[in-house]
Design a protein around this ligand. Sequence first.
Ligand SMILES: Nc1ncnc2c1ncn2[C@@H]1O[C@H](COP(=O)(O)OP(=O)(O)OP(=O)(O)O)[C@@H](O)[C@H]1O
Ligand SMILES: [Mg+2]
Length: 244
Amino acid sequence: MLRIKNITKNFGDMKALDSFSYEVAENRITALVGPNGAGKTTLFDIITGVLKNEYGVVSLKNNVITNLETNQISQLGVSRMFQQVTYFRNLTVRDHLLLCLDENEGMFSNLFADRRSRMRQLKRIREILKLVGLSKPLKSLAYELSYGQKKLLGLAMALLRPHNILLLDEPVAGVNPLLKKEITNILLRLKEMGETIFIIEHDMNFVKEVADAIVVLNNGKLLDHGSPKKVLNNPKVIEAYLGE
Ligand SMILES: Nc1ncnc2c1ncn2[C@@H]1O[C@H](COP(=O)(O)OP(=O)(O)OP(=O)(O)O)[C@@H](O)[C@H]1O
Ligand SMILES: [Mg+2]
């Protein structure tokens, strides 16, 4: 589904990604793990066009997406939830979700839709909010949501964009155990609905529960990949990442 081939990214003298290759499988949850600074977010930045890369190719369903503009990559079906979700200060939950809906005339036109379109949009928004379990009123300011609620809104926004693959950067970092369990269930349900999910996460208990496959990055290089059972028992992975 998503093919990453020989991706290399240098920041000055430092190789953040060093000829990294991997193919993310369709309708699976794949977890990208590795120590702080391993290059995980950099890889997501390259896939989504936030950063340009010098070497290598990324393709989604046989469309080469390397070095396209972020909005083109999004149009081709890559939807992303960021590690640090930031929200517009004066826009409501509803406005943020409307901005993510794909309508033909550009994102801001969604804020000024006619009545019938608006009804349709709100129906879709309510479905997604129900799916992720965010029960705040639509008129709440997104900026004022709690940390966990902001994560759920970020996930809802990523889901609303038409997509073939979802990239999630640390969706359970800093959330309480109850919400973590809920997010686990949401992701498993999304997979049942046919989603392909590529997820960065440090929480190994969470990863074990959701992931079909794990990819380990270390110093920008592929260290191992495969089933959670195989990868998490690899002595090299334990040494590099999981520690004592
Ligand atoms: N814009 C940048 N300019 C210079 N160096 C950068 C830049 N972005 C990332 N780096 C460096 O690249 C390396 C990889 O960073 P990256 O953010 O991809 O790590 P990560 O695996 O996501 O780590 P974490 O688990 O802490 O989020 C780090 O050494 C980081 O300092
Ligand atoms: Mg990161």
